[in-house]
Design a protein around this ligand. Structure first.
Ligand code: SF4
Ligand code: SF4
Length: 436
């Protein structure tokens, strides 16, 4: 949707909603509930169609901008499940339910109706929000291997929880051996679009446009599916000038490396479940490549009942980086589904999902969720260790109780040099014992 879209522009499309509630459920015959706000409240108002109808009522001056309206609009996790609606026209002027919800938020921002946690994180007024963004641009602009045809775009160096995923990406690039540039591009801009800060977005896009122009003609890799979807599907419509680039998720880059024989890894004898991030599977249609990578690692994949384009949101995307009671509820729902599979680990391909699940998991279980890139990197590094030893390599899987017993092993190593133990201190679920 264009940043200067008006209420008048959307009046006709939003009037088409027939309130059938189809946008709250997944495909027939299973019809799993997919809209988190509807799953929680069980009223049509709390759904994609409900928010479309509220936007219609606002456009016709039947209701005003109230804190209740803001509550509904900002509780939505932007999971895109409702964008399957075939009635509200999606092609230009592009007003599927999710775009309508973003637009409604933009109107609320203009009316000063921003929920407190968002105002706290992003600033009370436009000046503060733009100043914060500009401060974040100080570290931007560094590019390594500028001539490479493939560039990893790092858009969020300030958010600590994403660090390990980016670090894994950089280390995997070096192991694959293909020249890949790295561009540090300052704070992300997709969240400004998602939260309705469209006036600010317009201003800061100019700040970034020089950097982004440098990506013309390149393959651009993203670790964060939200950034990927924004640049692949929206940037051209919103930015001052479009940039022709091929946006790809890092899992696609890894899947290519595996297919080309440029990445090898140890087989992981473990049962995992894969959580499809909404913006990767629904937003970008990418659900095969992460599974290809898991299959390459030899894991037993135990699918949750809602998967691929029928995935269920982890709750993190409503207000990026802000956890609410509702987002934690969404994550708990999803984790219950994960537990039903009986898998040992939950793998996802988005740092936000990983962080959201980690927040909800009990203390001793937090490492049961992994980012796909970290998981692949670990398997690659273990393979290297095994290659350095020669004789019998025995890989064993242990549970938390056994782990305590195996912690005795390092002292055995010091007494008896024919055993080497490689604990995975990160997950606590693996140890590799090499008997020489
Ligand atoms: S984007 Fe997701 S949470 Fe929001 S209304 Fe649509 S289905 Fe529901
Ligand atoms: S938004 Fe579309 S699917 Fe949802 S209730 Fe309205 S017409 Fe039905």
């Amino acid at each position: 949707m264009k940043l200067h879209t008006s209420l008048e522009d959307i009046k006709r499309p939003v009037s088409l909603c027939i309130r059938d509630g189809m946008c709250t459920y997944g495909e027939w015959p299973r019809c799993y509930p997919l809209c988190p706000i509807y799953a929680r409240h069980r009223v049509f108002t709390a759904s994609g169609g409900g928010l479309v109808c509220l936007a219609h009522a606002v456009a016709e001056n039947r209701i005003g901008y109230t804190s209740t309206l803001a509550e509904f609009a900002y509780e939505c996790t932007l999971c895109e499940a409702c964008d399957m609606c075939e009635i509200i026209p999606v092609p230009p002027p592009h007003v599927g339910p999710v775009e309508v919800i973003r637009f409604l938020r933009h109107q609320l921002v203009r009316e000063g109706m921003i929920p407190e946690p968002i105002a706290e994180k992003y600033g009370e007024d436009r000046g503060v929000r733009v100043a914060r963004f500009k401060a974040g641009m100080d570290a931007a602009g560094r590019i390594r291997e500028a001539d490479a045809g493939t560039v990893l775009l790092v858009e969020s160096p300030a958010r600590a929880f994403e660090g390990s995923s980016y670090e894994a990406a950089v280390r995997l690039v070096s192991k694959i051996g293909q020249p890949v540039g790295l561009l540090e591009a300052g704070p992300p801009i997709y969240d400004l679009y998602d939260l309705g800060f469209w006036d600010e977005l317009e201003e800061v896009m100019y700040l970034k446009s020089g950097l982004i122009r440098g990506l013309e003609g390149k393959d651009v890799l993203f670790v964060d599916p939200h950034g990927l979807e924004f640049f692949a599907r929206r940037y051209g419509e919103l930015a001052p000038a479009n940039v022709e680039m091929r946006c790809r998720h890092f899992s696609q880059f890894l899947a290519d490396a595996v297919a080309g024989g440029r990445l090898k890894a140890r087989k992981e004898r473990i049962a995992v479940s894969y959580h499809d991030p909404c913006h990767l599977s629904r937003g970008m249609g990418i659900s095969e490549e992460p599974r290809d990578l898991l299959s390459f690692l030899g894991v037993e994949l135990l699918e949750m009942k809602r998967s691929a384009s029928s995935t269920y949101c982890c709750g993190a995307a409503g207000i990026p980086g802000v956890s609410t009671e509702f987002s934690r509820w969404c994550a708990s729902e999803r984790l219950e589904e994960f537990r039903e599979t009986g898998a040992d680990l939950l793998i996802t391909a988005c740092p936000h999902c990983k962080e959201m699940f980690r927040e909800v998991l009990p203390e001793g279980d937090k490492n049961r969720v992994k980012d796909l890139l970290e998981f692949v990197l670990r398997a690659q590094e273990y393979m290297k260790r095994e290659a350095m030893t020669f004789n019998l390599t025995q890989h064993i899987e242990i549970d938390q109780v056994m782990l305590d017993l195996f912690k005795q092993l390092p002292s055995m190593v010091s007494r008896d040099k024919d055993v080497q133990w490689y604990p995975d201190g990160d997950s606590g679920f693996y140890a590799t014992v090499v008997v020489i």
